[in-house]
Design a protein around this ligand. Structure first.
Ligand code: MG
Length: 286
């Protein structure tokens, strides 16, 4: 099943998407709440959600303005250096343990919202990524059990400001500029995708210029092993998000570098999930 959290007057609502149309689930059952965390904690099964949707009226997906699938994730943790050829293009060593970093809430925005090109840097870069939406809490999760904790998958563009990312060995500033990390617009439940979302084509582009093109099977740490590794040190809770790292072809590794420019629209597509498109807009200094 495919979900979209959309903006409605006065808030947000969860829509069930089928083809080009969508049905407002929250309108039919307010216990589902305004975002996917509400749906997950409601205890409703996918079949029950399908039943609820039969009572609603259809609207065109194109008429919906996406919101973040999870309004306030408890944790947004990201993997760096998870595709071998991306490690090499960045001049890094192959890591022996997943390279984790966190993203703040204010660095994130939904698909469709402006991606802010900061006033202090010209080096805004894109990163196409698979994102895992955790649906079930756990700690010390084994790789064998890990996929039981997944609700579904969405798309992430881990927008990065490279000169700031490399100012120190901590990537925090370059990975947390306001409104640079795009999520969505769709979350696809895990049953509708291959196990661990493996083998999906992943691509980023501006217009017809293809910037990255790879498959999620090229990830060094799988979704299952990553969940297991995170849960060794941090409890996972419904609504937590895990970004799985980006394949090769990022802008800083191209010759000459291919930075995002004001007025462009950056798209990330993952097979079976959809397209996350965001216009790039220069920051206006207040
Ligand atoms: Mg990344």
């Amino acid at each position: 099943m495919k979900f979209l959290v959309g903006q409605i007057p006065g808030g947000t609502a969860v829509f069930l998407v089928s083809g080009d149309s969508a049905i407002n689930l929250t309108e039919q059952d307010s216990s589902l709440g305004p975002d996917l965390l509400g749906v997950m904690t409601s205890g409703k099964t996918l079949d029950e959600l399908q039943d609820i949707s039969t009572r609603g009226r259809s609207v065109p997906v194109a008429s919906l303005k996406p919101a973040l699938p999870i309004a306030s994730p408890g944790m947004t943790i990201c993997l760096g250096l998870n595709y071998v050829d991306h490690v090499k293009e960045g001049g890094y060593e192959i890591p022996k343990y997943p390279v984790f970093f966190m993203r703040t809430q204010r660095s994130l925005m939904p698909a469709g919202a402006p991606m802010m090109r900061p006033a202090c840097s010209e080096q805004l870069d894109y990163e196409a990524e698979l994102m895992v939406v955790i649906g079930k809490a756990g700690k010390h999760i084994t790789p064998e059990e890990a996929l039981n904790h997944v609700f579904g998958y969405t798309i992430f563009n881990d927008g990065s400001v490279r000169d700031f990312q490399r100012k120190s060995h901590q990537w925090t500033s370059g990975k947390n500029f306001d409104a640079t990390g795009a999520i969505g617009p769709f979350v696809v439940s895990k049953d509708a995708l291959p196990e661990g979302a493996a083998g999906l084509k992943i691509e980023s582009r501006v217009g017809d210029e293809i910037l990255q093109s790879a498959t999620t099977s090229d990830m060094m740490w799988s979704v299952a092993s990553t969940i297991s590794a995170v849960s060794e040190f941090a409890a996972l809770c419904p609504g937590d998000l895990i970004a799985m790292g980006t394949p090769p072809g990022v802008g800083h590794a191209k010759i000459p570098p291919r930075w995002l420019r004001d007025g462009e629209t950056i798209e990330v597509e993952i097979e079976g999930i959809g397209i996350c498109a965001n216009p790039v807009v220069n920051e206006v200094k207040l």
